[in-house]
Design a protein around this ligand. Structure first.
Ligand code: NZQ
Ligand code: ZN
Length: 387
């Protein structure tokens, strides 16, 4: 078991109707709020009006139009400018992971004198930030309980995932009823994203019985509840369990004491989203089974056997490589069964920029140090196998 140093300072307020606590929570941080949101889903579900009604005693400045795969320019830069101009006390992010990630970059950027990109690209480190409260409306990323953020910069084809302890939200409101309206496409993508977060931590050199059991349960929970949410979008119990399982995803709690894995599928998916602006969870679902096939070897097969037997119930008496191959096929079949397009061509990606993307990943993601190391040629092979 590896040493670790762990803290999550985020308060989670979970359940139906918890938004009534919003005014009291916001008042702890001040009176001037930057309200951030995306393309309008929060208006359609009545959440925007509810927030405005509850916060009628506060001064609210708004930043809307934050896109999926949130963009540095204009969203992060606009948010930083608004915070500085209005001397904002607290950011209230209402929406999915993209809105929250953008808000995280704004929160530190607004307290930094230089170019906020320095903080995202680790050229500099934040010393302070504006506190963030969020109301998460899509179960997927776990951004509501982690210190990560992922920001895209269109002109350089960069999509950078970075961590900064200032990125932890101070308070996250999780009301599963707000996820009832999430489309089938985004529900399935969210399920695949959260499953991949677990897999990224599961497939490593050194784990524990405790972590493996926790992660195997997480994967089973996501498969069962993800399907239930697709069958009945207003199944509260399924939406609630899915939400909580997703919340744990990137917070490291699934893998305390495990050795690092390098998060290879995320490293590769960042390029797909950066170059083609695809939905993150779909890109992951397409890559994951191809990555698994690519790295299957005498060194890695043991983890695949454990995964196949404990997650998919594959007969443990079979040959170890048979179990691994069945487990990889079961992974593919599950993603396909929840309606995810399983080829890069299905999401508009062809052969033309594969070598360029593989080069970009090899240069920027450090996957040569992953549990199963990936060099530029491996990355290109995985992309081609995903076409
Ligand atoms: O923009 P609006 O109108 O709000 O619509 C959004 C968006 O079109 C819609 N939506 C959100 N809540 C809804 C809803 N539609 C109906 N009803 C609701 N209740 O869903 C669409 C997708 O939203 P987005 O926020 O992009 O999705 P998600 O939460 O999956 O976030 C994806 C982003 O998070 C990053 C990804 O790379 C991607 O950029 N990630 C962040 C992580 C983190 N901070 O820890 C970890 C992840 O690995 C992930 O990389
Ligand atoms: Zn992810």
């Amino acid at each position: 078991m590896q040493n670790f140093d762990y803290m999550t300072p985020t308060r989670l307020i979970f359940g139906k109707g918890v938004i009534k606590e919003l005014p009291e929570v916001m008042a702890q941080f001040g009176k001037k709020i930057l309200l951030t949101y995306g393309g309008g889903s929060i208006k359609k579900i009545g959440l925007y009006d509810k927030v405005k009604e509850l916060l009628s005693d506060f001064e609210i400045i708004e930043l809307s139009g934050i896109q999926p795969n949130p963009k540095y320019d204009p969203s992060v830069l606009d948010g930083v400018r608004l915070c500085k101009e209005h001397d904002v006390d607290v950011i209230l992010a209402v929406g999915g992971g993209s809105v929250l990630d953008c808000s995280k970059a704004i929160a530190t950027g607004a307290k930094y004198d230089g170019d906020p990109w320095d903080l995202i690209s680790y050229k500099a480190f934040a010393k302070e930030s504006i506190p963030i409260v969020d109301i998460i409306t899509l179960a997927a990323t776990g951004s509501e309980y982690d210190s990560g953020g992922v920001i895209s910069r269109t002109e350089t084809n960069d999509k950078i995932g970075y961590v900064d302890p200032h990125n932890f939200p101070a308070v996250s409101f999780l009301d599963p009823t707000y996820t009832f309206t999430v489309s089938k496409k985004q529900t399935a993508a969210g399920c695949a994203d959260a499953m991949n977060h677990i897999m990224e931590q599961y497939f490593c050199e050194d784990s524990t019985i405790l972590n493996d059991g926790f992660m195997e349960a997480g994967l089973k929970s996501l498969m069962v509840n993800g399907r239930k949410c697709l069958d009945d979008p207003e199944d509260y119990t399924a939406r609630a369990e899915m939400m909580l399982t997703c919340t744990y995803g990137c917070n490291r709690i699934y893998a305390l004491g495990s050795s690092p894995s390098g998060w290879p599928c995320h490293g590769m998916e960042h390029a797909l989203s950066a170059y083609y602006d695809i939905t993150h969870g779909e890109g992951l679902a397409i890559i994951t089974p191809r990555w698994m096939k690519h790295i299957l070897s005498d060194k890695t097969v043991g983890r695949f056997v454990k995964y196949g037997v404990n997650v998919f119930g594959i007969d443990s008496s079979l040959d170890k490589f048979d179990i691994a191959e069945k487990a990889i096929q079961a992974t593919y079949d599950f993603f396909e069964s929840i309606g995810i397009p399983m080829h890069l061509r299905d999401v508009g990606i062809d052969e033309s920029r594969i070598d360029e993307m593989a080069h970009h990943v090899a240069e920027n993601e450090g996957l040569e140090n992953a549990w199963a190391p990936l060099l530029e040629k491996d990355i290109a092979d995985i992309f081609r196998a995903s076409l």
